[in-house]
Design a protein around this ligand. Structure first.
Ligand code: F0G
Length: 429
């Protein structure tokens, strides 16, 4: 099966091993699959068979990874070349507390924080790193609000490729910084924000011949499409009505629309769910552009407690607009207070997530309240990252450092004496 890179604006094509991230015309690139050729080769049965079959020693990633299970419509790499940590296979949770909170009885949370490095980025990174190996990259790099850098650092270490990560100084959560350092990436703390880091890493990659593994690289969103394929397969190819996701740099929004379009074109599904891209109000350039019918592209200085999506100039802007067109999608914005309360609900239902992830839950709740999502509709929200990624935000919420923490579970100071401890517990039980 042949793939190529294709400009989403002018449709110019480039070979799949070209090291480029944008077209000569400046448009963003897609990995382009020939869907007519693919149609007779893929089916629900093919993918379902890989779920139930025993993994053989040679084909481990292609049967056990929730990304490579769908390799024909992601990257048809041969198993020997694949850099994989059995990513994906994440849980689709249902919890009465969460259903009641958002106001939709059939509410599900797909937990991408269960991936090997604790976020959905691993799905894109297994593909990006495999492609880096295939083209013989001398080094790989990314700008990041934290999760991409953690994932890149891990996968590059596995593949033995030097990694460079550009992060905004002082603005990434502790768990993510720890991962980048621990996995051995050269970590540059840029004295600026994510948008500055993004601008710089693009120039450095072009000038120094380093392979860029941000979601601007079209192979990254290909891997992230597998979140959608897993959801569809989890629902026996009978799609939910809505899929809500947090939106920052818009890589996932881009990937989800493409996955749904391709799944429909390939006959894997009969209807396309609607996408709801949710931004933090303080980092909502896509929401503001959407409100203006995308007449003018808005860029802003971003600020939010959800540092993962603290982005004012999202790279996949035009690919994300296309996703909304393909899925009759929409964009919503939620405040930091709404994000942190939704996170506390997710946490207190025993599932747990990092702040940015909870934007998708807060956004679902808002859309139900507005009457846009009906209470009888099936909704899947994507929890993009693990609770342990950002201990700082969580502890601040519960210890009084967060204004209006409606669901705070404050720690109780007790004397080191049995009677005092028992009296405190009796008051609570
Ligand atoms: N949720 C989490 C936990 C993230 O880390 C990100 C993005 C998003 C949501 C938004 O996804 O960018 O595809 O719209 N994090 C990137 C990073 C920017 O560098 O880790 P998006």
């Amino acid at each position: 099966m042949t793939i190529s890179l294709r400009c989403i604006s002018c449709k110019k094509e480039y070979p799949s091993n070209a090291v480029r991230y944008v077209c000569d015309c400046g448009g963003l690139l897609d990995v382009w699959h020939n869907l007519d050729e693919l149609r007779p080769q893929v089916s629900r049965g093919l993918f379902d068979g890989r779920l139930s079959g025993p993994p053989g020693p040679k084909d481990v990633p292609t049967t056990t990874s929730g990304v490579w299970r769908y390799r024909e419509i992601i990257l048809p790499a041969s198993p020997a070349d694949i850099v994989s940590r059995r990513e994906g296979n994440t849980t689709l949770y249902e919890h009465p507390k969460l259903s009641a909170y958002v106001g939709a009885a059939r509410f599900y949370a797909k937990h991408e924080g269960e991936n090997p490095t604790g976020s959905f980025k691993d799905r894109g990174m297994t593909v990006g790193t495999t492609q880096a190996k295939l083209i013989g990259a001398r080094a790989v790099a990314c700008a990041s609000t934290g999760n991409t850098s953690a994932s890149l650092a891990a996968y590059a270490a596995m593949a033995n490729i030097p990694a460079l990560v550009f992060i905004p100084a002082g603005k990434i959560a502790a768990g993510k910084l720890a991962q980048a350092l621990a996995y051995g990436a050269t970590t540059l703390q840029i004295q600026g924000d994510f948008d500055d880091a993004m601008r710089l890493v693009r120039e450095v990659c072009d000038n120094l011949g380093v392979y860029l593994l941000n979601s601007l690289n079209p192979f990254r969103p290909e891997g992230q499409k597998s979140i959608i394929f897993e959801i569809l397969q989890g629902f026996q190819w009978n799609p939910p009505d809505w899929i809500a996701l947090p939106a920052g740099n818009l890589g996932n929004t881009a990937a989800f629309g493409k996955a749904l379009y391709e799944a429909k074109e390939l006959g894997l599904i009969d209807k396309i769910p609607r996408l709801a891209a949710i931004q933090a109000a303080g980092a909502s350039p896509f929401y503001q552009s959407y409100r203006g019918n995308f007449g003018k592209r808005k860029i802003m200085k971003a600020e939010t407690v959800a540092t993962a999506i603290r982005i004012g100039n999202p790279v996949s802007y035009s690919r994300a607009i296309r996703s909304l067109e393909w899925t009759d999608g929409l964009v919503e914005a939620v405040t930091d207070a709404e994000i942190m309360d939704a996170k506390a609900m997710v946490d207190q239902s025993g599932i747990g997530c990092e702040p940015a992830s909870a934007a998708s839950v807060a956004g679902t709740r808002k859309l139900v309240a507005k009457g846009i999502i009906r209470p009888d509709q099936t909704v899947v929200s994507i929890l993009t990252g693990n609770l342990l990624k950002d201990p700082g935000a969580t502890v601040a919420y519960h210890t009084g450092d967060w204004p209006d923490a409606r669901l705070a579970n404050s720690p109780i100071k007790v004397e080191a004496e049995l009677s005092a401890v028992q009296k405190t517990i009796e008051k609570i039980l």
